[in-house]
Design a protein around this ligand. Structure first.
Ligand code: AVI
Length: 295
C-alpha cells in the first residue's frame, strides 16, 4: 500500500502523536542532528557559491528543517525554499506561517506528488538544487522501491546538485520494535485509520474490533513491518459490489519501515549514481542524515 493513504487529517493527527511518543526515537534523533549541526550542513550546501533552490520532499510542518533554514538565512545564503507535500493544507500552512517565523525567507510551496513537483521545480528554474528527503520517509519504501526512487531523483538532478536523505539505522531490535508497537496503541490506531478511511470514504463495513495490530522487526533484512491480523473468519463488504473475505489470522500488510546499515546506505548511493559525501549522526547514532552528491 502506498504510504500516502495513511495521511488524511486524522492520520496526520495520529502521526503527530506517534512523533511525541516516548518509544518513537526517530524524530527526536533527527531533531538532534538538525538543531546541532545545521551550521556544518549549511557549510556543505554553500561550498558552491551559486544560488540554489532548497526543495523539501514531504515537508510536513518543517519543524526540523526550520533549523537549517534559520542557519542559511543567518549566513545570507542566496536560496529559495520549495516545500513539496501531498497535502494541500500542509503547504498553505507553511506559506502562511514560515515567513513570520523566518523573516526574509523566499518560500514557494508546491502541492502534489514528489516527482511531478520536482519536475515542475526543475523546469521553472535553472538554479542548482538541494533536495531534502528527511524523516526516514525512504524507509516506507521496500529496498527495491527505494533504489528506484533514488534513481528517479537522480534523473531530475544535475552536476552540483545535492541530496540530503534521512535513514533510520539498524540498532537494537527491541528498541526498533517498541517504536512500532507502543504500549498505548497509538501505532495501532494509525493503522486502523486505514480501515476507518475505507469505511467512511468507500462505504466499507470493516469492524475494527475484528482486527489487531501486529508489528515485527527482522534484524537480518532490517525490515520493520506492520500488519492488521483478522481475529476471525469474516467477510467485509465495501460499497455495493465488492467484498473481501478474511480467514482467522489472515494478515493485511500495512507498512514497511526499512532500517539500514551504513554500508547499505553507501551501496544505495553508489548503485543509484550518487557519491556519499558526508554523514551527520545524532548523539546516539540512531539516525543519519546523509549528504549525497551527483557523481
Ligand atoms: C513517516 N515514517 C517515516 C514513519 C516510520 O517510522 O516509518 C511512519 C510510521 N508508521 C508507524 N509509525 C511511524
Amino acid at each position: 500500500m502506498h504510504s500516502k493513504y495513511f495521511y488524511d487529517e486524522r492520520g496526520d493527527y495520529i502521526f503527530q502523536q506517534i512523533m511525541e511518543m516516548e518509544e518513537y526515537y526517530l524524530t527526536k534523533a533527527e531533531m538532534d542532528i538538525l538543531s546541532k549541526q545545521s551550521g556544518e550542513i549549511s557549510t556543505v550546501l554553500m561550498e558552491t557559491a551559486s544560488p540554489f533552490d532548497l526543495i523539501e520532499l514531504g515537508a510536513g510542518d518543517a519543524t526540523k528543517s526550520v533549523h537549517l533554514l534559520k542557519e542559511l538565512l543567518s549566513r545570507k545564503a542566496d536560496f529559495r525554499y520549495l516545500p513539496i507535500d501531498i497535502s494541500a493544507h500542509v503547504i498553505s500552512d507553511l506559506e502562511e506561517q514560515l515567513p513570520a517565523k523566518l523573516p526574509g525567507l523566499n518560500i514557494i510551496g508546491l502541492n502534489g506528488d514528489y516527482l511531478d513537483m520536482l519536475q515542475e521545480a526543475a523546469e521553472t528554474a535553472d538554479r542548482r538544487k538541494v533536495i531534502l528527503f528527511m524523516g526516514a520517509n525512504i524507509g516506507n519504501m521496500s529496498p527495491a522501491e527505494a533504489r528506484q526512487f533514488c534513481m528517479d531523483l537522480k534523473a531530475h538532478m544535475s552536476k552540483d546538485d545535492i541530496l540530503i536523505i534521512g535513514f533510520d539505522l539498524k540498532k537494537e531490535p527491541k528498541q526498533i520494535l517498541a517504536a512500532y508497537d507502543d504500549a498505548n496503541g497509538i501505532t495501532s490506531a494509525f493503522n486502523m485509520n486505514l480501515l476507518h478511511r475505507i469505511n467512511s470514504e468507500l462505504d466499507g463495513e470493516f469492524n475494527l474490533n475484528n482486527f489487531e495490530h501486529y508489528a515485527s522487526y527482522d534484524p537480518e533484512s532490517g525490515a520493520c513491518k506492520s500488519y492488521l491480523i483478522s481475529l476471525k473468519d469474516q467477510v467485509v463488504k465495501i460499497g455495493d459490489s465488492a467484498s473481501i473475505s478474511f480467514t482467522k489470522n489472515e494478515h493485511i500488510f500495512m507498512e514497511i519501515s526499512q532500517k539500514y546499515a551504513l554500508n547499505e546506505i553507501t551501496q544505495l548511493a553508489s548503485s543509484t549514481g550518487f557519491m556519499l559525501h558526508r554523514n551527520f549522526f545524532d548523539q546516539h547514532e540512531y539516525f543519519v542524515d546523509s549528504i549525497w552528491k551527483v557523481g
